[in-house]
Design a protein around this ligand. Structure first.
Ligand SMILES: [Zn+2]
Length: 154
């Protein structure tokens, strides 16, 4: 099969606008990020684990959680990857600039991992267990993009 035998399907200029409710826990979480640059999670009354992003029910104890607690904004890298392969960002339709870091952060006081970008300006410092801090966007709109990225702190 030669290259000219492949069928190419293009989406053209189709857009896929969407809106969705983030729910009562997500709304409170994103409002805190936007208005106060604070991370808040929910604490399980039975096992004491703190979940972030917040969810209504502890997945281990099956009990409702109502106690809000502040966590972060610092934490440690639980795992990460550095993406070096170019691809089209489904959020923008543009090629995602590479390389960039992405990982799971265990915020201080939380028992779950929080996914976000990790600054890789100095790749040698990006390691599992490295201390990081959240860098907030100057203009916050109540979304996950209110955090620009996490960066390693010494
Ligand atoms: Zn629990």
């Amino acid at each position: 099969m030669s290259d000219k035998d492949y069928i190419i399907i293009e989406s053209g200029k189709a857009e896929q606008p969407f809106h969705y409710a983030v729910g009562m826990h997500g709304s409170k979480f994103f409002r805190e990020l936007k208005d106060n640059r604070r991370f808040i999670g929910l604490k399980c009354p039975k096992c004491g684990k703190v979940f972030i992003p917040p969810r209504g029910v502890c997945g281990e104890c099956f009990v409702e959680m109502n106690e809000w607690v502040e966590v972060g904004p610092n934490g440690v890298i639980g795992s990460f990857t550095i993406l070096r392969y170019a691809f089209i960002d489904p959020e923008t339709g543009q090629q995602k600039p590479i390389p960039y870091g992405y990982g799971f952060i265990k915020l201080d006081g939380a028992d779950t991992l929080f996914q976000h970008y990790i600054n890789i300006e100095d790749e040698s410092k990006v390691k599992i267990g490295a201390r990081v801090e959240a860098v907030f966007s100057k203009e916050r709109k109540g979304s996950i993009r209110d955090i620009e990225y996490f960066r390693v702190v010494d």
